[in-house]
Design a protein around this ligand. Structure first.
Ligand code: SF4
Length: 257
């Protein structure tokens, strides 16, 4: 299996070439009810090397060669689970920097941001998109179904710590579904405390068992965030770029239609 996929047309990142530092199968500290990679009861918070950086180097060089002449806006660490679980993420960042001048982003579920070593690796990345779906333990358990060692309070503290020390572009991503739509006010207040550059307001539109909120519902939530002075982008309103993937099979495993 290749470690590089896409580019994918991302409403949040533009034309995004993905790097999967997990690969092969879903490995995550959460098992979100809306996860498009499917349900997996076994969760982990143990950091490990899942793929060798030499493989990333080879796959990325090949993908960039194949893409010559096509547009890529950004390289994004994401894929089959939580990328900060990869203990060689920092090495992977250095390898990618050695190959391309494209900006780097990461999509993280924020579960390991309480770890200093994770925060210091993320500081080397140009854009961090950090997940926060729950303002309290009850919603956290029902939506994100986390590893037993994780607490939402510690995650929120970790997000704040990173935000304070981080000099790149920092965004929060929030997935809204029926379970947390009444918590929009609390989540918006937390976002004000965190002070991100932007809040991405999402609802699951890609294949998963959870019903998305309607455009009106998400518009109402967007208003709550905007009234608090937050800059927002919503999945229903954002435009997706057109892109052609270099390896459709690898892309569809990570981004099922
Ligand atoms: S954090 Fe992402 S990969 Fe992990 S379970 Fe949730 S949606 Fe799936």
């Amino acid at each position: 299996m290749k470690t590089v996929y896409g580019p994918v047309p991302s409403w949040r990142l533009g034309k995004s070439l993905g790097i999967d530092v997990i690969s092969v199968q879903k490995i995550c500290s959460f098992d979100c009810v809306y996860c498009q990679l499917g349900k997996k009861d076994e969760k982990t918070v143990k950091r490990a090397r899942f793929v060798k950086v030499e493989r990333i180097k080879k796959d990325l060089s090949e993908a960039l060669d194949a893409l010559k002449g096509s547009d890529v806006d950004i390289i994004t660490f994401s894929g089959m689970g939580e990328p900060t679980l990869a203990s060689n993420l920092g090495e992977a960042v250095e390898v990618v920097r050695g190959i391309t001048d494209l900006p780097l982003a990461i999509l993280t579920n924020s579960s390991l941001l309480h770890l200093e070593e994770v925060r210091s690796t993320l500081k080397k990345i140009d854009k961090v998109v950090a997940k926060l779906d729950a303002p309290n333990a009850e919603i956290f358990q029902s939506i994100n179904r986390p590893h037993t060692s994780l607490s939402i309070d510690r995650i929120i503290t970790g997000i704040k710590e990173l935000r304070k020390a981080y000099e790149g572009e920092f965004e929060l991503q929030m997935m809204f579904i029926t379970e947390n739509k009444r918590n929009a006010e609390d989540l918006a207040s937390l976002a004000v405390e965190i002070d991100p550059d932007r809040v991405e307001l999402n609802t699951p539109l890609r294949g998963c068992p959870v019903k998305p909120l309607s455009t009106d519902e998400l518009r109402g939530i967007t208003r709550i965030f905007e009234q608090k002075g937050l800059d927002t982008v919503s999945v229903y309103e954002a435009r997706k770029p057109e892109v052609k993937s270099v390896n459709y099979g690898e892309t569809s495993k990570r981004r099922p239609e």
